[in-house]
Design a protein around this ligand. Structure first.
Ligand SMILES: Cc1ncc(COP(=O)(O)O)c(C=O)c1O
Length: 310
């Protein structure tokens, strides 16, 4: 993202590297896109920059605007970072269960954080954001769960980068969904390029809603927020892979300790699901996934408690 009015830090978003990771004893190589290397530390920098630059261009993001978004954290950190660089006021609505590190990062970037009771998942926060917008004309809603710019950015950039970086037909792409933006955007572009490619949704086994389960408590922050978001309906999903929270933590620790990759729990969940897919497709298959965010935002969570106990 460059241009005369674009703050320099935004030029660091995207073009993240894709690493081949060799797993033994499985005898499988996966391709993992390092989204944790985006400047605020997650895949969400892409949407935050896309939506705020677009809004400023269209004149709907003005000097007195307040950006309000409901998020499990990463979108909040990304909006706080982009907002700081663009001089916008940002207010984040976050469920009480999200890790405290995320709140500190947003506040450090100058955003205001309001916590809500997360017993109905993201829906409470989304309704709260809509009420704020109805009551105050200065409120601008990025609306990450329904805004087509979210998946459009992944369709245009994330997918194009993966296709260029892997440079051979991709047999399967595996990722979890929070908003569904990644699965919808990358999925559509990948199928347009390689029609035989399979697009598979990773879900926490405890809340495998695509698989017909009720939403429930799980430990994979950032995904499966208790409802099926509108963007996911436009994702060309061929199947679901359910990953138990404990398996996601174990794989995240494996990524941390065997590969030196300081990534968070949804990355471990994605890799656990991708390994299963690669096992099914056979050793010649090319399977790609995402490493979504950094380990540092999980200090207060089970991920670090489990690691300390081991
Ligand atoms: C840690 C983490 N992993 C995965 C995702 C899922 O990405 P998407 O919203 O594109 O479905 C998110 C979304 O916020 C996230 O924060």
């Amino acid at each position: 993202m460059t241009g005369p009015t674009v703050p320099p830090i935004l030029s660091l978003i995207g073009n993240t590297p894709t690493l081949p990771l060799r797993f033994e004893p499985e005898g499988v190589t996966l391709f993992a896109k390092c989204e944790f290397l985006n400047p605020s530390g997650s895949v969400k920098d892409r949407f935050a920059a896309e939506v705020l630059i677009d809004a400023r261009k269209r004149g709907v993001l003005r000097a007195d605007s307040v950006v309000v978004e409901c998020t499990s954290g990463n979108t909040g950190i990304a909006l706080a970072m982009v907002g700081a660089a663009m001089g916008c006021r940002v207010r984040i609505l976050m469920g009480e269960g999200a890790s405290v590190e995320r709140r500190y990062l947003m506040e450090q970037l100058g955003a205001e954080v309001r916590l809500f009771k997360a017993d109905r998942g993201y829906r409470t926060g989304i309704e709260l954001a809509q009420e704020m917008a109805a009551a105050d004309p200065r409120v601008f809603l990025p609306d990450q769960f329904a805004n087509p710019l979210n998946s459009a950015e992944h369709e245009r950039d994330t997918a194009a980068e993966l296709i260029r970086q892997i440079d051979r037909p991709i047999d399967a792409f595996v990722a979890g969904y929070g908003t569904g933006g990644t699965l919808a955007g990358v999925g559509r572009a990948l199928k347009a390029r390689h029609p035989g490619a399979r697009v598979l949704a990773m879900e926490p086994a405890e809340a495998a809603m695509l698989g017909g389960e009720m939403p429930c408590c799980h430990w994979i922050e950032g995904v499966a927020g208790g409802f099926l978001p509108p963007l996911l309906q436009r994702a060309p999903i061929d199947g679901e892979i359910a990953v138990k929270s404990a398996e996601a933590l174990a794989m995240t620790r494996r990524l941390n300790r065997e590969f030196g990759l300081l990534v968070g729990t949804s990355s471990g969940a994605n890799v656990a699901a991708a390994l299963r897919v690669a096992g099914d497709l056979g050793p010649a298959a090319t399977v790609a996934t995402l490493l979504c965010d950094r380990a540092e935002r999980y200090f207060s969570t089970r991920l670090f408690r489990a690691a300390a106990a081991a």
